[in-house]
Structure formats: C-alpha cells, structure tokens
Design a protein around this ligand. Sequence first.
Ligand SMILES: Cc1ncc(COP(=O)(O)O)c(C=O)c1O
Length: 411
Amino acid sequence: MSGKVDRELRARASRVIPGGMYGHQSVGLLPPHAPQFFERAEGAYLWDVDGNRYIDFMCGYGPNLFGYCNEQVDAAYRKQMSQIDVATGPTPRMVELAEAFVAMVTHADWAMFCKNGTDASSMALLTARAYRGRKKVLMASGAYHGAAPWCTPIPAGTVEDDRAHFIYYQYNDVKSLEDAVAQAGDDLAAIFASPFKHDVFVDQELPDAAYARRARELCDEKDALLIVDDIRAGFRIERNCSWNHLGVQPDLSTWGKAIANGHPISALLGNERAKEAASHIYVTGSFWFAGAAMAASLETLRLIRETDYLERTIALGDRLRAGLASIANTCDLDLSQTGPSQMPLVMITNEEGNCDFDRSTAFVDGMLAGGVYFHPFHNMFVGAAMTEADIDRTLEVAETVMKKLPDPVAA
Ligand SMILES: Cc1ncc(COP(=O)(O)O)c(C=O)c1O
C-alpha cells in the first residue's frame, strides 16, 4: 500500500511531472495500490520510501537478474567508471562485449549497442527495411516491442502513417502468419516475434515449434528477416537466444533488460546476412558508447556462463508455481499460472477463464501488504538472488491472502 511519504511524492509529482508519472510507471499500469517511489534495493528486495520491504517479483520489470546491487557486476561498473565512461569515443569494452555476445548466441555474428529495448527494436526495424529496401513488417497483435511511434501500445501523439506498413498476425497461429505474409506480397521486410507470448492481461503462451519454424521458412522464402524480440526474456529462458531450443535461429535478435543486471544497455544482434544492411543505417546516441554499462554487461555475461542461475531460477519458479496451485486448490480459487515458471503470469480468473481484475487486484493488494511485490496482470520475474526461504515466505503470505479473498462479484 502506498504510504504517507509516497503519497506526498505523488502529489508533488503531479505538479511537476505530466500525469504525475508516465509510461509503464504511470498510475493506470501499476498494480493499483502499489507504492510508486522506492528508496533502496538490494538482492531480491526492494524498500519503498515509507520503509516497507518487499520480495520483488517484478525485478525492475526484468533488468534485475542476479540481484540488485550485485557485488561483482557493480564492481566491474565502478572500475570502468573510475577510468572512462561517456567520452569522445568508445572503450575496448565495446569490442569485447560484441565478441562475448557472438560467442554465446548461436545466430549472432555481430552486435550493436544502444540503451533501451525500444532503441534495439527500432534498429532491428531499420535494418530489416534497409536489407532489401522493403516496407512491410509483421507483428503479432498485442505484442509489445517498445514505445516508439511505430510500436507504442497507446496511440496518443502518433499518426496512422506511423503504422501504415505493419501487418498483424495471431501469435502461434501458422495460418494467420501465412495470410499476413501473403498480404505483404513482394514487399515483406521482416517478421517480428516474441520468444513466447507475454502480453499483458491474457494468459502467456509458449511458442509452438511449428509456428517458429514456419516463421523462419517464410522469411527464407521471401528473403525477409526474422527478428526475435528477446528484450524481456533474454537469458531467462536459455543462455542463448530464446528460440535456440526450438532449433530456430533468427536473423536479428533484440536484447536489453537483464544483459547488464540493471545497468543501462541494450543490443541488436545479427547474422552475416543482415550485416551489410546494419552497417548502412544511421543509429546513435550520446550515451550509447558508454563504457561502464558495457563493463557491467561483460561481467553479467560471465555470470550467465559460469553460474547455475538459470537452473536455480527455474527451480524457484517451479516451487512458487506448485505452492500457489496447491493453495488455490485448497481455497477453491481459479488461478491461471502461465508462461515459463521463472517468468510467471499469475491471475485470478473468472468463470470464462479471463482475468478477474478486481480479485487479482485484491490478491496483489494483500501480497503487497504482506511484503511481496506481485503484479496482477503483467508477467513477473524470478531472480537468481531469491532463495527458497523467499519463495516459502511468499507462499505463506499468499495463503493468508487467498483465504480471505472476497467472493467473485456476480455478473
Ligand atoms: C518484449 C519487449 N520489447 C521491447 C521492450 C522495450 O524495452 P525498453 O522499455 O527498454 O525500451 C520491452 C520492455 O518492456 C519488452 O518487454
């Protein structure tokens, strides 16, 4: 629950920040009664400005993979900071980081670095269109690829022309993908795909191998580029691009969030086929070549290669999922838990199987009051700094809250 200091900050923010807050931090997109402002974060925990501690299942919406203030990553960051960060040119870390990504990600022969996920997806778009000089781009309807005019989910300030050449298909639906490709005709530049369906408000879906393979084939047939948007899921599914286990390699993949454990850097990775086109697009930013985030990313990649973080987050996610299912069962509650267990979407559902927004919100209110930061309609993240004790505490709180949940409102 939002406390006194948080409420005061919100009031001040509403005077000097449009809307009081914006983007995914705006009031309508947060868990409705969650605090907005935080003072401290360490390991798996977050403290709000009123001093309340939470086990944080949002992990900063993804960047926290190895725990907030991870000693090794932050030491690499500080060391680089003390020598050179933003300067008139990049540091050797840039080449080392590109080499590290190329060595780890099967489809990648090169890397370019930027700051936010939206930078990377916009660069992917430019590269794909520059590749054969074509316009049409396919995206799954409801998928999030960032907040630029071509992809923002909220159209205010955009014009229809921003989306004039986008065609939408249904995730995991081969027929709708084929129809969209047919509609693009000879002008198909790219197919964007999320590694799995992780849209808000609806159940998550793992990718069908047949859909992923067909996307690859169609791009090959049409000489278009396949783009996997791994910004949210990258390195949380595998130590490689998230479609690697399906045997499908994209031409381009986009990365951000966890790749430097919270330090600001994102990346576009590509194969030989896309390299020439990528070398012609003009993309840049004052902070894109900064060395310290690159040093942090190098250390994060080392931890990804050398620790069992992935197996642990999956095991913790499984423990959480099994525990929640059992409590919901005892409480006779319809709970949908979808997606990979380490990136769970947990919603209380109604008779039709859709999100019961009021009860999901009431559930999350209770979790927040019990010191667990859950989200009622966005996927969450299990972090490698969490322990079994954190999961067990979370389940204890969940049990107390589920037992007291109000009955569904009659339709
Ligand atoms: C799948 C996906 N793509 C792109 C983005 C945009 O990344 P950023 O918010 O860093 O611009 C996000 C952010 O949540 C995302 O989840």
